[in-house]
Ligand binder design. Structure first.
Ligand SMILES: Cc1cc2nc3c(=O)[nH]c(=O)nc-3n(C[C@H](O)[C@H](O)[C@H](O)COP(=O)(O)OP(=O)(O)OC[C@H]3O[C@@H](n4cnc5c(N)ncnc54)[C@H](O)[C@@H]3O)c2cc1C
Length: 391
């Protein structure tokens, strides 16, 4: 089989890359190892309404709920409320990713991409040292898919980067190890996402509750890998749920990892591009990666179309991808990495102090940067080293 570009992985990043490249007239193959795109879900499914809407038209079929904002809790229970349009990438819509991921792949198919499920990429094909596509396993048979460019959108456990010689290795401190329940509890606030901070609750991470309507919610937590033991996230989550919502009915459980390493050194090689979690493009503070993956996928699709039509699919021809994603989402990722590195060092007392200091301020209409500016003004000694982030 021969095409211009083969995309490995039909998550949000891969499907957007495939759709964009197909719309630009390229012959695209999108391979997905699972037999059902989007299932099982390893995600809390929260995204910013405005940013999602800037990329695709929201469809009620894949929106589980719309929230008014987010409530942020310090370890001692003190809290602030942030409104939906300002609370960052996690809040606005809570998606139904089983339907959402499938809809994005269908959009790619409608744009002309060939979608192949139950097809696992096994390795890169090479000829005279250059990448020439992938070898894959499809329904138990080995097949070769020849292509000028391979886009690796194969998620947090990505192998495409490694096969291409790109260093995507993550240290334990570069991963949030997560556990999540989909649960029903009468006490779930259907109008607000909730975030709970605290080293006892989730060392180096946080607990979230993202409502999906009618008192159903994704309740989960992430623990920084360097401070986690095997099984710890599930134990901590069970403790949280037993204490705060003892009547909860758990109907689903997922575990998974989110890269919070910040940008890797390079995301392209000759004939290869990495997108989304494979490129470690998720947000180091929130762990949110859906929208960054989609945006990077769109950029990758545009750049690969230019590269194929110019006949230069080497590093030079793909360099515009590297530049464009770093100029856009890369800047925020880098800023949030600095913030994460600082905040995971804070004690629960520090977190309480910070929360108390902003409770008398109206932060409801502020974005994360505005809130940080106020926090630095009120706690100059503790937060002085973060001042460059708000200048
Ligand atoms: C518990 C948890 C909660 C999260 N909550 C949120 C949230 O609320 N908001 C948010 O924005 N982000 C969240 N994230 C992160 C988000 O899920 C990811 O950042 C996002 O899915 C990345 O998209 P992607 O397209 O890069 O990769 P993925 O969605 O991981 O897709 C990769 C695809 O590649 C396929 N694949 C892998 N290897 C191969 C292969 N060899 N051959 C073929 N196919 C392959 C996989 O099956 C998969 O379908 C969460 C993550 C976790 C673990």
């Amino acid at each position: 089989m021969r095409c211009d570009v083969v995309v490995v992985g039909a998550g949000p990043g891969g499907s957007m890359a495939a759709k964009t490249a197909a719309e630009k007239g390229l012959k695209v193959v999108l391979v997905e190892k699972r037999q059902e795109i989007g299932d099982p879900v390893r995600c809390a499914e929260g995204v910013s309404k405005a940013r999602l809407s800037s990329m695709i038209k929201p469809d009620p079929k894949w929106i589980a709920s719309e929230v008014k904002g987010a409530r942020l809790y310090a370890p001692d229970g003190s809290n602030v409320v942030m409104s939906e349009d300002k609370s960052g990438d996690e809040v606005g819509y809570v998606l139904e990713r089983k339907i959402f991921d499938r809809a994005l792949a269908m959009d790619a198919a409608r744009a002309g991409a060939r979608v192949m499920v139950k097809t696992r990429a096994l390795d890169l094909l090479r000829a005279n040292g250059s990448v020439k596509g992938i070898r894959a396993m499809r329904y138990g048979e080995i097949i070769d898919i020849e292509a000028d460019v391979v886009i690796g959108a194969d998620g947090v456990e990505s192998k495409v980067g490694r096969w291409a010689g790109i260093d995507t290795a993550l240290k334990p401190g570069d991963i949030e190890v997560c556990a999540q329940f989909l649960l029903y509890d009468k006490g779930i606030d259907d109008e607000y996402c909730e975030f709970f901070l605290g080293n006892e609750l989730a060392p180096g991470g946080y607990v979230w509750s993202f409502p999906k309507g009618e008192h159903l919610a994704n309740v989960g937590l992430g623990v920084i890998g360097s401070r986690s033991e095997p099984g710890a996230p599930v134990k901590l989550l069970r403790r949280f749920v037993e204490r705060r919502m003892p009547e909860a009915r758990i109907v689903e459980m997922v575990v998974g990892g989110v890269p919070v390493s910040g940008p890797i050194e390079r995301t392209i090689a000759d004939g290869v591009m990495l997108v989304g979690d494979a490129a470690r493009q998720s947000d180091p503070i929130t762990g949110g990666g859906i929208l960054n993956a989609m945006q990077a996928g769109m950029i990758a699709g545009e750049v690969v179309a230019d590269a194929v039509s110019s006949g230069d699919t080497g590093v030079e021809g793909l360099m515009a991808y590297e530049k464009r994603w770093r100029e856009s989402i890369g800047k925020q990722i880098a800023r949030h990495l600095d913030l994460k590195e600082f905040f995971i060092r804070l004690s629960d007392d520090d977190l309480n102090k910070l929360m108390h200091s902003i409770q008398s301020e109206d932060v409801s209409k502020m974005d994360l940067r505005g809130m940080l500016r106020v926090l630095i003004r009120l706690n100059p000694k503790m937060l002085w080293e973060l001042r460059h982030l708000v200048m």
